[in-house]
Design a protein around this ligand. Structure first.
Ligand SMILES: Cc1cc2nc3c(=O)[nH]c(=O)nc-3n(C[C@H](O)[C@H](O)[C@H](O)COP(=O)(O)OP(=O)(O)OC[C@H]3O[C@@H](n4cnc5c(N)ncnc54)[C@H](O)[C@@H]3O)c2cc1C
Ligand SMILES: NC(=O)c1ccc[n+]([C@@H]2O[C@H](COP(=O)([O-])OP(=O)(O)OC[C@H]3O[C@@H](n4cnc5c(N)ncnc54)[C@H](OP(=O)(O)O)[C@@H]3O)[C@@H](O)[C@H]2O)c1
Length: 280
């Protein structure tokens, strides 16, 4: 049975007209246990529909260790028609009530390797737009667990002001340099897919949609391979993708021919090298 829990919107950070970070606090008790990568479902009564409760799924960006609130990274689905839930949500203020469902969903970090032992492969996360949300939860959870695996976070957006977690991820990379990669091995690279737009004129980093980190250059290596200093293979890397279906398809298009096996088509022993969550 679906139970709509009451919550309070305790914080809103507006990044731009159609993009914001929300914190939702349970009205009573703490955030229930969940796994990094799962989503909650928000519910709001829609006035134009006679107060009918509309529900939508949102990846949780906060880690499972954060028991006070869920953090969510949400785009107002503005075009071609104002989206039903997000249009209501972007009208709300801090302190307003909202409903939420217990977190669920299959997306998450693979911990056990092919033979049941700890998976020690490098983790590469590739997020398009708000598809970075589950990876913020992954990263903060891996940090809290003092996980020693090499972690690479790639984030692609259209405009520089949509790199909502740039400061946090840059600080986490600096911490890795300061503490030593034997303690915390994290790197973050961002990409801007509309580099020629005037608003993006300050951008000096990687250009193109996030999947272009996998495109081989004239020397046959991709920017990702140049970053890690070796060929990316299923033996040395576990890959995660979240974003538009186009982002997922482009990731699969590069990785499947290289021998990466997705979770949904796992090998008879259950092993796989690629997980994804698509916007549908
Ligand atoms: C597992 C999962 C996790 C998700 N995580 C996130 C997240 O972290 N952040 C996030 O921002 N979103 C996330 N989403 C997407 C989210 O669930 C919603 O789909 C999204 O917010 C849009 O909801 P809405 O009710 O505002 O729009 P809807 O009313 O559902 O509309 C969806 C789209 O259809 C268009 N549309 C509506 N009616 C028409 C029409 N008559 N003709 C043409 N087009 C129309 C709208 O313009 C809009 O672009 C996630 C989805 C899933 C499945
Ligand atoms: N897990 C989920 O199901 C989930 C999660 C988050 C968001 N969503 C929904 O998806 C919608 C858009 O999300 P967003 O705001 O995160 O995206 P966005 O900011 O509009 O786009 C993010 C990046 O994806 C690229 N992109 C756009 N369309 C693409 C396509 N068809 N194939 C490959 N790449 C593409 C963009 O490139 P260009 O600059 O070239 O356009 C940009 O670099 C929202 O309505 C949101 O509600 C769903």
């Amino acid at each position: 049975m679906v139970v709509d829990n009451k919550g309070i919107i305790s914080y809103i950070r507006v990044l731009k007209n159609n993009l914001a970070i929300f914190k939702i606090k349970p009205e009573s008790g703490s955030v229930p246990d969940f796994k990094a990568g799962q989503f909650t479902t928000l519910g709001l009564p829609v006035n134009s529909e006679g107060g009918k409760l509309v529900r939508r799924a949102y990846s949780i960006a906060s880690p499972p260790e954060q028991k006070k609130y869920f953090e969510l990274y949400i785009r107002w689905a503005e075009k071609p028609m104002p989206g039903r839930l997000t249009t209501e949500l972007f009208e709300r203020k801090q302190g307003d009530e909202i409903f939420w469902l217990k977190p669920t969903g299959p997306f998450g970090i693979l911990d056990k390797g092919r033979d049941g032992s700890q998976d020690t492969r490098r983790i590469v996360m590739m997020g398009g737009g708000t598809g970075i949300a589950p990876f913020i939860s992954f990263i903060l959870h891996l940090k809290a667990r003092q996980d020693k695996r090499e972690i690479i976070c790639l984030h692609g957006v259209s405009y520089v002001d949509e790199l909502g977690y740039r400061e946090l991820l840059t600080e986490l990379e600096e911490e890795s340099i300061d503490k030593g990669r034997d303690k915390w091995n994290f790197r973050y690279r961002a990409s801007i897919s509309r580099p020629d737009e005037h608003f993006n004129r300050s951008w000096g980093g990687h250009k193109g949609r996030v999947e272009t980190f996998l495109n081989p250059n004239s020397s046959g290596k991709s920017p990702l391979e140049e970053l890690v200093g070796e060929k990316i293979t299923p033996e040395n890397t576990m890959f995660y993708v979240c974003g538009f279906q186009g982002t997922v398809d482009a990731g699969l298009g590069h990785l499947t021919p290289a021998g990466f096996v997705e979770e949904r088509k796992k090998r008879p022993d259950g092993s796989h090298d690629l997980r994804y969550e698509s916007y549908g």
